[in-house]
Design a protein around this ligand. Sequence first.
Ligand SMILES: [Zn+2]
Length: 401
Amino acid sequence: MDDSVGLLVALVALLAGLAAGKAWERYKLRAGRWIDLRRARESPRYLLGLNMLVSNQLDPAIEELSTAVGLDADALELHLILGNLYREKGQVTRAIQLHQQALQRPKLTRGEQAYLLLCLGLDFKRGGFVDRALEAFEEVLRIDGANRQALSNLEKLHEEQQQWHEARAIRRRLTALAEPGERPRHQAILAFLEARLGVQALEQADPDEAVSRFEAAIALDERAVPAYLDLGDLQRREGRLAEAVATWDRVPGVAPDRAYLILDRVERASRELGDDERFPALCRRLIEANPQDWRARLALGRHLADRGDPAGALDLLFESLVHNPHAMSVHQVVWQALAALHFDESRVRRYMDLMRGAVFYRDPHVCMQCRYRSTELLWQCPQCHEWNTFVEERITPAEES
Ligand SMILES: [Zn+2]
């Protein structure tokens, strides 16, 4: 795990643990045994352990806090923190033991129970015990129906198992809990889940249901690109070509940065419809709207090369390479076009000059959430499981950087 993420997790664990610990303290005061608790808190071991945590030294932190626990076996928050630290270290069995033991204590408040169950759920999840994790998170929700952490974790578990209905139901609960300003983000995730339900319906040979799901996705969030793509593909398979093109054509208006996903689809369908104008017009529209669009230039360049205009194609392809020199697909078409022009020397030189200053990236797509890199656009990050977090890293020519 990334160091900064580890630190963050440890701090969150610490703060949450302290909050639960405070509640525990209240109970202890009622029982008239608060002196015992103070002993652990005042122990230098405890403070030392917390300091270690803040500087992200997990092993020494575990050591100091274990000693502090030895001084006062009753201090609930220490058990919580220790358990969470063991989980972060990958020692899931010890984490589960500590949290389960703590859960056995008499007279826990509901808040403490909920928090312990949440910790336990995270332990099970980390250890790969999916069913027990699901159970623990659901138990948290029975105590505290508005527990966002439990809901989020439950949703991710369902998504991992492609249980899109369940994931959608949970996201709806999260949406209902959200502040009005946060709603659009939730709607966007709901739209992705609807689109997945549509794909699932297709796999189950239920195209009518699939259409409803794709349309529901678009109604929830008009930027739900996968829904347009899949709906158009479905219409195309059913022989409704013009409808398919009309569906895909909506993408550039709502999500210009994803517009390239319709290029191949529209080109093929237009050819089948006998419409020679639509595709070049689409490419030119995209280039005009976004001068950095290297994919529309590549698509139009390839289109021109196929139609006997290699010189026109090369102009576009070279412009395309200025914006993305690492795209192998562009280079391939460049060489085809150069060959068609019998390796015209001035054009070969232009190509060489262009490449001299280029900076290359191997994995241009980056998750904004966790920095995971990918060669392809992904709708859901395989590392942090967030939806629609990928952006394409900008390429800067070497002389400009
Ligand atoms: Zn990610």
